[in-house]
Design a binder for this molecule. Sequence first.
Ligand code: PLP
Length: 402
Amino acid sequence: MLEDKEGNVLKKVYLDSASTYLKNWKIIKEVIGELEEIDANPHSNHTMGKTIKGKIEKVRKQIAEYINCNYEDIFFVSGGTEGNNMVFNYILNKYASRIANGESFDILTSNMEHESVLSSLERLKESGFNIIYVDSDKYGRVDIEDLKKKLSSKTVLVSIMAANNETGVMNDIKKIGEIISKYNKLRETEDRVLFHSDCVQVFGKKKIDVEEMKLDYITVSFHKIGGLNSSGIIYARDKKMIPILLGGNQESGMKSGTVDALAIIVAGRILEDIVENDIHSKVRELRKYLEIKLKESKIEYEINCNDGLKEDEYLDEIASIYLKNIDIQSAITILDANGIYISGGSACSSGNILHSKVIEKIYDEERAKHSIRIGIGGYNTFEDIDRIISSLEKIEEKRKNK
Ligand code: PLP
């Protein structure tokens, strides 16, 4: 139990939803209770198996309706990393023999993407693809004019994230989809440019309409909305995919292995809760409150990549804040000791406090070393915001008096 100097118990303040959203334990426990009664392999042909399978298919249809696609094009996978890898694996297999025969193919992306995209594309580069990075604007968004310039008859895939995991800034996916679609209509070769978007940070927070956005693939992770780890979906229009794992042909043969019924049913209930209880409006209020409190405070700060953006151009859930007088090493360590949990950059397997590579690319290393990421969730309260602001104020005061 965490206590302050006077011995009062301190409530934990979790403000790291972009790393992982706090699990919705109420829903998870409810679903566990239900599944205890009908536990079976969802691929079994008996009544119990069919009952669970029915629940899984209901979630598939629910998600299809939510993102406006054919439900048969949704596949349950282990999350964002696997989904992203599956897209690139398909492209690799589709073009490998033609590359071996001397043809040349481009993949357009941005250097703001998540590591699961950047490192997978590095591997495709080793296999002979040209990986072309589209320029970014001052917000870290894809520069649309540069994208148009770089699209060519050699382009086979465009992979652009819907919102950045370190800044919350959104790309104009609808506009990019329109450009690719127009380009495909003019194109003389039979290879269509496919469009993939890593929607891990956006799903459940902002609208995704794969028809309107003309997307061929999206990847989603359920732990970013309060679901279980290692669960998510890949949407693949017309099932343009090949399996990485072979075996029992589950998920229409695209992902063999028994599906995780608990994780899928939980995700369905969470999505229902997000929509019915308008969780996003609550987060919006918290974000506005954070910005008001920062302005009223004595902290010297700037919100990274935010100045001049409209409300629908960034996620309320993610605020990257440049603290002029405080470095992230000390901020995160002191906040942690006070029961307040945030990040510097993206979550990292080593457990070290790392600065954001994205902020470094948009600004510079010094600014990145002074930038923290606050991740808000529907479970946070105004009191949580008060706690982090007053703690940051105290840290700032101490630095000034040193
Ligand atoms: N893409 C983005 C934008 C992310 O933020 C993350 C997780 O941090 C991932 C992909 C990876 O998702 P997962 O943890 O489900 O593999």
